[in-house]
Ligand binder design. Sequence first.
Ligand code: SF4
Length: 366
Amino acid sequence: MDKKQERELAGRMVEEIQRLAEGQGKLRFMEVCGTHTVSIFRAGIRQLLPENVELVSGPGCPVCVTADDYMDLAIAYAKREDVIITTFGDMLKVPGSRSSLGEAMAEGADIRIVYSPLDSLQVAKDNPGKKVVFLAVGFETTAPTAAATVLAAEQQGIGNLYLLSAQKLVPPALRMLLNDPEVHVDGFLLPGHVAVVTGTEVFDFLAEEYHMPGIVTGFEPLEILRSLCRLLQQKREGRAEVGNEYGSVVRKEGNPVSRRILEQVYEPVDANWRGIGRIEKSGLRMKEAYRQFDIRQVLPLAVASVQKKTACRCGEVLRGIVTPYDCPLFGKACVPTHAIGPCMVSVEGVCAAWYKYGSGRFTYGR
Ligand code: SF4
């Protein structure tokens, strides 16, 4: 399909969305994934929707939901002479309760930017006298690669490679949102990247237990528009199903190899989500057989986080209760080059996306 045909098809889908939305009350759909947030902004989809259909952003940016006590712990490890931290670059600016990894790096901490957890293996091989700690942050999408790194370290006899895990699971977060009386959502655009690994079945509880429609969605504008049509169709007919509009890569059962690796290395654990709090069984920690790769087990550190008083509203932003525009710091004290909260740090952070792309529609929550 060429660009002209794509535009024509998009136009027909927008008309279909308008037709399906007509006569329905106000509807609020949540895009869970940060990549969706950026795609929606880039394509200007919010502005194409009828007045009664709104898109709200959810807790699907891994950097945004990484709690400050985790960052404090990572900084404490980074400051040790015997530790090298490996991490993705956007973690450097994420605030802890007192400082950031970037500040620790400026003060001399040995922090290396990697593009894959597997890069940490070479750092560990090159530095046998140091403990190399990979900051394992992310969702089901990236967790298999971190688990594969642990398995590779075991296979290669690398004894100085560890993870500091803050990896999280999306389905328990959706359950938390649906149990939260402050959150009002009528359907979900479900994260395609996560579903590649998990499959669609893990989201079936949305329809079965909450009568909530959800569509696993790809990242192209046409895929997002088609998914919105399907959500609206279900609302119109009073149905609730979990569908798949990313069928080219997402299967019902997910990726069996990735799922097997995840189940081999990790087990679910309660986890702290920034601004949201503790969610039952929403995190991943290493199973007993792999605890020698868990830096918390090998080198436990007691770090007291400071309770900060700040006007940052990330917690509410991540639950779709307010928009970034409702935060008094947005675009003033808090900008991408000087982020006060984590939602402004990553390019996929909700506040960063709103700051970069703006929007003609900021009415939800009112
Ligand atoms: S604009 Fe900044 S301070 Fe406000 S909610 Fe977003 S990240 Fe937090």
